[in-house]
Each structure stands twice: as C-alpha cells, then as structure tokens.
Ligand binder design. Structure first.
Ligand code: QAP
Ligand code: CO
Length: 170
C-alpha cells in the first residue's frame, strides 16, 4: 500500500479530462487500494483519480464513520437526475475551503465496480452530492468553479499563499 500525493488547486493538472478505464485489472485494483489509503489518511469521504494525477475515470467514496464501506465507481455515468439541493462542500485538493454548491437532489448512476461488474445505484443526500462532486473531477472541474469569480480568485490567492508556505517549510 502507498500514500499518493494529492494535487492542490490551482494545479493545472486538475483540469485534465479523464479517459475511460479499458480493463478493470490488478493495476486498477492496486490504484483503488492506494487511493483508499490516501483518502482515509486525509481524512476524506471522496477522491477522484484526477486528484492523484491519474487521468482515468475512477472515483472512490466512503461516507461511513468506520471507514469500512468503500464504494468504487469506474467509468461512471449519471443516467437520471432530479431536483436540487444545496450542500456545503469541501475538497481534499482545496484544503480549508468550504462553500455551498447547488446540485441535483437525486441521481441514478451506472458504473463498474472493482471487479469490472456493472451496477446501477440510486443516490440522494450527501451520497448524491459526493458522486457529482467526484465525477466533476473526472471532467477537470473543481467545485470552486461553481462560485463567483470574486470568491474563486480569493480562494486561488489563499491556496497559492498556503502552497508557498508549505514549500518554504521543506
Ligand atoms: C467531496 O471531500 C465532498 O478542506 C469530498 O482541510 C465533500 O473528502 C463532497 C477535506 C463534501 C460533498 C460534500 C477537506 C479534508 C476532505 C478539507 C472531502 C480539509 C480536510 C474533503
Ligand atoms: Co474534490
């Protein structure tokens, strides 16, 4: 197992569009394990491959307190969505920033699991928010892009300063 480096906003690599996974093999399963370890260590509830600089359509989510209910979505597609909800989101790539974002209230998603088996899931509440947030990463989109230009620029400045201080400490 290995901890992976998480890209920090405004790293341009976060805007890469992910490619579909051609085959769910041991290499993908190893990446899932490493991403899960990285997410649990953070700690976080969701992580997209994009955030660890792997530009393939793979996201993981675990909303459980016990960190024992990992959900793996490979090549996910939202096939239905309804309603609206507002949730205060955060992101491991934008540490310390939490802002309200409006997304669909309920979604139906189709994806492959870590064995390459297709499944369909109806999600609402935080799970629906998290799936939509992580799938945005696969499109190269970070949640701060839903905010006003003013807010986004303030966050960008704060992150650049934070990263400079982090680099200086090394
Ligand atoms: C995405 O985010 C999400 O700022 C997952 O200092 C979050 O796991 C979707 C985290 C909320 C929906 C609602 C953020 C950890 C974790 C931070 C995360 C931080 C430490 C974020
Ligand atoms: Co995120």
């Amino acid at each position: 197992m290995a901890l992976l480096n998480i890209l920090n906003y405004p790293d341009p690599r976060l805007h890469t569009v992910a490619k579909p996974v051609a085959e769910v093999n041991d290499e993908i399963r190893q990446l899932v394990k490493d991403m899960a370890e990285t997410m649990y260590a953070a700690p976080g509830i969701g992580l997209a491959a994009t955030q660890v600089d792997r530009h393939i359509q793979l996201i993981i989510i675990d909303l459980s307190k016990e960190k024992n209910a990992l959900r793996v979505f490979i090549n996910p597609k939202i096939i239905a969505k309804h309603g609206e909800q507002i949730y205060e989101e955060g992101c491991l790539s934008v540490p310390g920033v939490y802002e309200e974002v409006t997304r669909a209230e309920t979604i139906t998603v189709e994806a492959l699991d870590e064995h390459g088996k297709k499944f369909r899931l109806d999600a609402d509440g935080l799970l629906a928010v998290c799936i939509q947030h992580e799938m945005d990463h696969l499109l190269g989109k970070v949640f701060v892009e839903y905010l006003s230009t003013l807010k986004r620029n303030r966050i960008r400045t704060k992150m650049v300063k934070h990263l400079r201080e982090k680099a200086r400490a090394l």
